[in-house]
Write a protein that binds this ligand. Structure first.
Ligand SMILES: *Cc1c(COP(=O)(O)O)cnc(C)c1O
Length: 392
């Protein structure tokens, strides 16, 4: 059979990906998301989900979604600005603003769409965007698409950021600093106080991505900005509803004018069908749980498990950095070795995928472990014992 040029081109490119140990494939999960999942017929203990508080399967969250499905249907029918701005979206935005203690909130269909729409709305040609070297792909893509001048500062390095801000200050343009509060692939925390001081000193704005901090940090579990008592000095706070909030979608919280501006200018908000109402209602229910005493119980249980793993890893085969969050990368380095280790772990009943380029830098491949409040102490003991016997 003759292969078309198109097919040939694709196959050659796939071969290159394979030869670099970077080939990826989907694995079908046949169960609900959780600590125990069934993957291609095999029961596995899952240490890879971002459902940190186990809310994706919480009975109250599911019940709320079911009710919204019955009352509001499966789809929203149109974009928010046409006729898709349903009561569940507005209720979620009120709940988010109340939870985060801001004037207003706006929901997007994903965190990715949220970064893209917000950054391209705020900045254009002639402006400057300064992002952390390890910022999420959604932020990098948004920065590129915006047309602003992109400057990358060394990871969590305020001195390098200062040089960028000094340089940018000479250009009389808008300057936006973007960073994550808890880094998605390394689990470390941004030096928020220094960053806020610097952006104020140099007249820049800050957009903080709290994707992996919401629900976990701060007195009211709002995120790292609350923990550092800096929330009211940050112009734009972003996050996702798809991680600790157990649902799906992205959000911005901030001033009324910010939200009003995004409704008028964020293209990924304007030109996209509103999120399914049941998904927004699930997120609202999750926020209410996080705000309740149960939210605090879930969080303390999670941190107890994180401590257990942290202590268990001491003296083990993996050098692990300071543990500051439920994201604990075991750095392997070589891509193929990381894939082999992930396969070995799978054969022993664990689901911990290898994370490789382009999710992380080349030769920084890792097993990215995440802990959930739904893990038991016994789950962690089992993991630590297994990690100790991996072939080196
Ligand atoms: C997951 C993630 C996003 C994207 O959010 P989605 O809702 O999954 O699209 C954005 N930023 C960071 C830091 C993330 O980890």
């Amino acid at each position: 059979m003759k292969i078309s040029k198109f097919e040939m081109d694709l196959q050659q490119r796939l071969e290159i990906i394979r030869s670099q140990g970077l080939y990826r494939q989907l694995r079908e999960v046949e169960s609900a998301q959780g600590v125990r999942i069934r993957v291609e017929g095999q029961e596995l203990l899952n240490f890879s989900s971002n459902d940190y508080l186990g809310l994706a399967n919480h009975p109250l969250v599911k019940e709320a979604a079911e009710k919204a499905l019955r009352d509001f249907g499966a789809g929203s029918g149109a974009s928010r600005l046409v006729c898709g701005s349903l009561a569940p979206h507005h209720e979620l935005e009120r709940a988010l603003a109340d939870f985060k203690g801001t004037e207003a909130a706006l929901v997007f269909s994903s965190g990715y769409a949220c970064a893209l729409g917000t950054i391209t709305a705020l900045l254009g040609k002639g402006d400057v965007i300064a992002i952390d070297k390890l910022a999420h792909a959604s932020i990098i893509d948004a920065a590129r698409l915006s047309g602003a001048t992109l400057r990358v500062f060394a990871h969590n390095d305020p001195n390098d950021l200062k040089d960028v801000l000094k340089w940018a200050g000479k250009k009389s343009a808008r300057v936006l600093v973007v960073t994550e509060s808890v880094f998605s692939m390394d689990g470390d925390l941004a030096p928020l106080r220094e960053i806020v001081e610097l952006k104020d000193k140099y007249g820049a704005w800050l957009m903080l991505d709290e994707a992996h901090a919401t629900g976990l940090f701060g007195q009211n579990r709002r995120g790292l900005a609350e923990a550092f008592e800096l929330a009211d000095r940050i112009e734009i706070q972003m996050g996702t509803l798809g991680k600790a909030l157990g649902s799906s979608g992205g959000y911005i919280v901030g001033s009324k004018s910010l939200i009003e501006f995004l409704i008028n200018r964020a293209r990924s908000f304007i030109f996209s069908t509103a999120p399914p109402p049941s998904v927004s209602t699930a997120a609202t229910a999750a926020i209410r749980i996080i705000q309740s005493d149960e939210g605090e119980r879930l969080r303390s249980h999670l941190w107890a498990r994180v401590d257990q793993l942290k202590n268990g890893l001491i003296g083990g085969p993996f050098k692990s950095q300071v543990v500051q969050s439920p994201i604990i990368p075991l750095i392997v380095g070589d891509e193929t070795r990381a894939v082999d280790l992930a396969a070995e772990l799978r054969s022993r009943g664990f689901f911990i995928p290898a994370i490789r380029y382009p999710a992380v830098a080349r030769s920084q491949a890792r097993l990215r472990l995440t802990v959930s409040s739904a893990h038991s102490a016994a789950d962690l003991l089992h993991l630590v014992a297994t990690l100790g016997t991996l072939p080196s």
